[in-house]
Unconditional design. Sequence first.
Lengths: 100, 365, 169
Amino acid sequence: MVPTSWYLALSAVLFAIGTVGVLVRRNVIVIFMAIEIMLNAVNLTFVAFARQLGTVEGQVIVFFVMTVAAAEAAVGLAIIIAAFRNKQTVNADELAMLRW
Amino acid sequence: MWADVGIAAVKSIAVLLMVLNMSVVLLWVERKGSALIQDRIGANRANIFGGILPFNLGIVNTLIADPIKMFTKEDVIPAGADKLLHFFGPFLAVFPVLVTFAAVPFGDVLVIGGRTIELQVAALDVGILYVLAMSSLAVYGIVLGGWASNSRWALLGAIRGSAQMISYEIAMGLSLIGVIMTFGTLDLQAIARAQGAHLWGIIPAWGILYQPLGFVIFMIAGVAESKRVPFDLPEGESELTSGYFTEYSGSKQAAFMLSDFAEIVVVSGLATTLFFGAWQVPFLARDGWHLPGGVTLGMPQLVVAVLQIASFTLKVFALCCLQILVRWTLPRYRYDQLMDLGWKRLLPLALANVVVTGIVIVLVG
Amino acid sequence: MGPVTFAVLATLLVASALTVVLHPNPVKSAMALVGTLFLLAVVFVFLGAHMIAALQVIVYAGAIMVLFLFVIMLLNLQAEALDLDARRGGGAGLRVAAWLGGAVLAAELAWLFLHVTLPPVAAAPLGYGGAVAVARSLFTDSALPFELTSILLLVAVIGAVVLGQRRTS
């Protein structure tokens, strides 16, 4: 049995990868995928702690995170499609319509 | 410990070989069966070594010649195709289909030398969820195969195919909820064992008696998942020149064909497990026959196990033949009819099935 | 799981996550993300969360990522549109600095978390992580969030349909 702190470290590395991906990449779809990596890193933390404490509440929270991520992915991708129809680009720098 | 590993390896190889062999047999049944249905002879000769052999083994020649042809053909990758994704398409199409059978029990137990071996490759407590998970991974083979081919036909076939597969996944999952509610468990071996009971001492308590509508919805959704006629629009041979696997040749095309036939076996295997009593033979228990009227006939456990495995194989084969019959009888669904059927008819029917099942369970107890 | 299995899984996970954020082709990034999600499901199985692992494959790897791939195919991003990062102002030096900063962040966080001391993990109770245990907690303690989630999903479906519609005007 691997100590729980190893899982936490792995989750932290994944979260960092996701964060830098969101900040550096310009393709909106890849930014979205990096957000999904961050969400999954957090899921891993929850499941690791649920195992540590021996309860299933952590897994129930993961269930809700997955549901919310599905809803967010659906709406976010619909927004991307709508924005693409208007501007013909998925570059985050050019999709700055609300900036002045 | 090594004995356990060895047993697990033998079981996995046995199941894999069973699926692959049944796919080849189904290829035979399909060609000859379709010939019978269409009042013609079908494939009955093939030239081996330029006609050296003085006799003709009928369709066996074709069954030997076809795979040899497919595996020795040149592997053509279209210009402008994404090589890595083009390579992974067939793999992702075949892998989930073959792996699904790991959760399906093909027998009760085998007692050898004091050791009780469960005749199921992976004894999962969430067996049905595992099956649904693997069938949702099968979409990627289609998506990648179509997208990476850099071809109009392939892309159209891929878009239609993936939309069809994800639509019918929902109906398939919902039809299984009725079964889960009836048997109260997600474990496939437990469901198989629960169907060994007999209602009023005579009628075997198979799933189809409890969930007839669930069976119908599951079969329709399963046939649509494997993109067989009448749902073979993604592969519409008269329209899309093979749809999503147009640009594949040689062993990659063989892999796609294999995934097609293996999926028939998998859908039949699941339907058998959930609705037709899996490996159960009526009145046969682990130690022998328990006929109505109190007559018991003892039988060695090995014979019982062999009978149960044979019963499972026969039932799966019967359902596969049913799917082949359906293929050569019905015309193809149009795309909007297909989506209409999946979303507007099967989905509400499956939901109604769940509600009615729940009410009946509460009333009967 | 043993340290060797963990090391292998962790390396694969980090490698596929890096492929997601580093690869210029969004289709390859999406497939790498599918791989990451599948590997995470394997890790969940090792942590005893069978139901969550199955749901991860069904929902995340099997549905959400298919949606991603659909959108990428629909937008039909051509090759010249893919290397967007090259056209961003600041040049290659700033990008490399950003990735190095990310590597430093990851290393620091990993070091911090590796030195967290937790009591040893006890054996899991019977039926831990199975459908019955998760469902019991879900439908009793978390019944209200469960109902709210269903409303959330309904709103998301309506929103996605409305936003994705083609305006014929």
